[in-house]
Design a protein around this ligand. Structure first.
Ligand SMILES: [Ca+2]
Ligand SMILES: [Ca+2]
Ligand SMILES: [Ca+2]
Ligand SMILES: [Zn+2]
Length: 347
C-alpha cells in the first residue's frame, strides 16, 4: 500500500511538472521565442523578424538596426590606415603594379586571374544535444556551390552585368561535427568561441574555417586577414546554420551570409563603413552610403547626396536580403587580391 502511495505521489508530481512545463513552452512560442527559428521563415507573416536566438524584432528595420545581420568587428581608422600601409609595402616588395578598379591606392590592384585561387574550406558543424544545427553534408555542398556562383559574378541571372568574377573559388576540404550546446550558442568574443576555435581550427592563413552554429544570435561574423598573425587560432567565419541553402529561414537562406562573411575574411568592409565621410570601405567603385540597407528596396537610394553614385545595396557587403544582394565590384576584387597577397597567400 505504501509503495503504491509513493508511486502515485511520484506519478502525480511528474504529471504536475509536465502540466507546468507545457504551458511555459506555449507561452514562449506565443511570446515570440520559438525553439528553433531556423525551421521557419525569418520574416513572419506579420512582418516581425525572428533572430537565430529566437528574439523577435518588430520589423525588418529593427532587426537590421540592432546589427543582427553581422557582428563582425568594426575596423577603425587607425587599423584601416595600418592595413593600407601593409598592402602598399607588400605591393612594393612584389615589384609594384598599378592600382586598379578605379585608381585609389587603397583598392590595391588585381593580382590573380579569375577563379585561379582555390580556398580550402573546413566546415565545423556544431549542433545542440537535441540535434538543432546538425545539417547534412548536402547543405555544406550547396553552400560551396552558392559561394562559387557568387564569387564568379553569376548569382542572379538578370543582374549579372557588372558583377565581378573574383579570383577566389571554394573547395570543401573537410567536415567535422560536434555536439556542444555552449559552443552552439557562442557569441563574438566569448570564452566559448575561443574554446571552440582552439579545439577545432585547422590549416594555415589561406584556409577558410567555416563554423555553422546558432550564430550567437546573429547571422554570422568573421575575422579580418590582418588579425591572423596575432591570433591565428581565432581566424575564420561563423554563420548561423539556417543561412546555408536548404533551410526555411527566408530571406536569409540562399547562402549569401557565408559569402558576405567570407568577404570580410578576404579583407572587405561593409559598403556603409564610415557612412558618407572619409574613405569608407576603401573601395572606389562602391559609392558611399550613410547606413546599412535592409530588405529589398524597390527603387534606387542616394543617402550620401554629396558623394557620387547611388547606394550599392545590391552588394554582398551590404545588409539586404539574399535575393537582392548579388555582386562584388571590380574594386572589391582588387582589394581582396591585395589583402590575400599581403596576409594570407602561403602564410
Ligand atoms: Ca566605397
Ligand atoms: Ca551618393
Ligand atoms: Ca544573392
Ligand atoms: Zn558584415
Amino acid at each position: 500500500m505504501k509503495k503504491f502511495t509513493l508511486a502515485f505521489v511520484l506519478f502525480a508530481l511528474s504529471f504536475a511538472f509536465l502540466l507546468a512545463s507545457v504551458p511555459l513552452k506555449n507561452v514562449g512560442a506565443q511570446g515570440g521565442r520559438p525553439d528553433n527559428p531556423g525551421e521557419q521563415s525569418a520574416v513572419r507573416a506579420d512582418g516581425k523578424v525572428v533572430a537565430p536566438d529566437g528574439v523577435v524584432f518588430e520589423s525588418h528595420k529593427s532587426f537590421i538596426d540592432a546589427g543582427r545581420k553581422c557582428s563582425t568587428r568594426h575596423a577603425d581608422d587607425i587599423e584601416i590606415e595600418k592595413v593600407n600601409k601593409d598592402i602598399e609595402k607588400n605591393r612594393s616588395a612584389n615589384g609594384g603594379g598599378q592600382a586598379g578598379g578605379g585608381g585609389t591606392s587603397t583598392d590595391g590592384a588585381r593580382i590573380y586571374a579569375n577563379g585561379s585561387v582555390n580556398v580550402n574550406v573546413y566546415f565545423h558543424v556544431v549542433s545542440t544535444a537535441t540535434g538543432t544545427g546538425n545539417i547534412p553534408d548536402s547543405r555544406l555542398d550547396a553552400q560551396i556551390a552558392a559561394m562559387n556562383e557568387h564569387y564568379s559574378g553569376l548569382d542572379t541571372p538578370v543582374y549579372r552585368n557588372g558583377a565581378s568574377n573574383m579570383s577566389f573559388r571554394f573547395v570543401r576540404a573537410g567536415v567535422d561535427r560536434t555536439v556542444n550546446d555552449t559552443w552552439y550558442n557562442a557569441g563574438l568574443g566569448s570564452a566559448a568561441e575561443a574554446q571552440m576555435k582552439n579545439a577545432l581550427r585547422v590549416g594555415s592563413a589561406d584556409d577558410l574555417n567555416l563554423y555553422t552554429t546558432g550564430g550567437g544570435g546573429y547571422l554570422g561574423w568573421a575575422t579580418f586577414p590582418n588579425e591572423y598573425a596575432g591570433n591565428p587560432k581565432m581566424d575564420g567565419v561563423i554563420v548561423y546554420w539556417a543561412t546555408l541553402p536548404g533551410s526555411n529561414y527566408a530571406p536569409y537562406n540562399e547562402g549569401d551570409t557565408a559569402t558576405h562573411e567570407a568577404g570580410h575574411w578576404l579583407g572587405l568592409y561593409h559598403t556603409f563603413q564610415g557612412g558618407c565621410l572619409g574613405s569608407g570601405d576603401g573601395v572606389t567603385d562602391t559609392p558611399a552610403e550613410r547606413a546599412a540597407t535592409y530588405g529589398c528596396p524597390s527603387r534606387s537610394l542616394d543617402t550620401c547626396k554629396q558623394n557620387a553614385g547611388l547606394d550599392p545595396y545590391e552588394n554582398f557587403m551590404d545588409y539586404t536580403d539574399d535575393p537582392c544582394m548579388y555582386k562584388f565590384t571590380a574594386g572589391q576584387s582588387d582589394r581582396a587580391d591585395s589583402m590575400w597577397s599581403t596576409y594570407r597567400a602561403g602564410k
